[in-house]
Write a protein that binds this ligand. Sequence first.
Ligand code: 0FX
Length: 251
Amino acid sequence: MFKNALIISDNLPLCQQFFSLIEKKKISTTKFTFSTSPFTNKDSFMVSDKVEVKVYNLKDQNAIDEIIANYDLVFSIHCKQIFPADLVEKVKCINVHPGYNPINRGWYPQVFAIINDYQIGATIHEIDKELDNGHIIARAFVDKEVYDTSESLYNKVIAKEIELLEEHLESILENNYNAFAPESESNLYLKKDFNQLLHLDLSEETTVGKVIDKLRALTHGSYSNAYFIDEKTGKKIYVGIQLKPENDERG
Ligand code: 0FX
């Protein structure tokens, strides 16, 4: 049984849901400490008014030494820092990933799942020295529809992450689970791959299907993602897309 778990995250809503889960399950044998990265504003990272949030810079060896000395389990719940080898070799580190490993390793998995028509889901896995590559503890697919945007698909993935945590948290805390190696290296996309998608070349010849897929992959709430350049002003003009199945009651 792990006694002292550290959660490190840059995603507040997910941490709030994780906190609610711990409360709901009334886990008393493990103490949970929440923390965030130096570039996330600690004061607005209000997991709960019962929780004090720490800050850990994983590039700072003193921070790593402090984590190794004080915690026997670390959860990365969408932490945007790389976990150094020293940490993952000395403490059990577990990642909650918004993709189905190994199909959707890396950055913004649902974006690449839409563009490349990959299946997608969520994964809980042990962290090793490679990105989203460690032994898999649990994973599950979500349904991807032709009318999903990045945002609607992301919301399904986040719900699946919470579902997997709900199902597997106790066995993780008891160190009583069967993890297995990913079947292959499969696909890995990085932030730079996402950034390369954003500029739409107005003279590119392609199919309507590909244009729709690209736009729905880059439509996510109020984020300004896909754009073309207005030749007259030189300004970026941001583009999104709305999709609505017939007889759909939404909006
Ligand atoms: O926390 P997170 O949901 O996840 C990201 C990576 O996708 C994940 O692989 C990594 N393990 C984790 C540490 O960081 O990211 P987010 O909250 O910054 O963004 C959520 C979604 O919002 C993202 O999947 C796509 C969308 N988004 C976000 C930004 C900042 C956009 O479409 N455009 C943006 O500029």
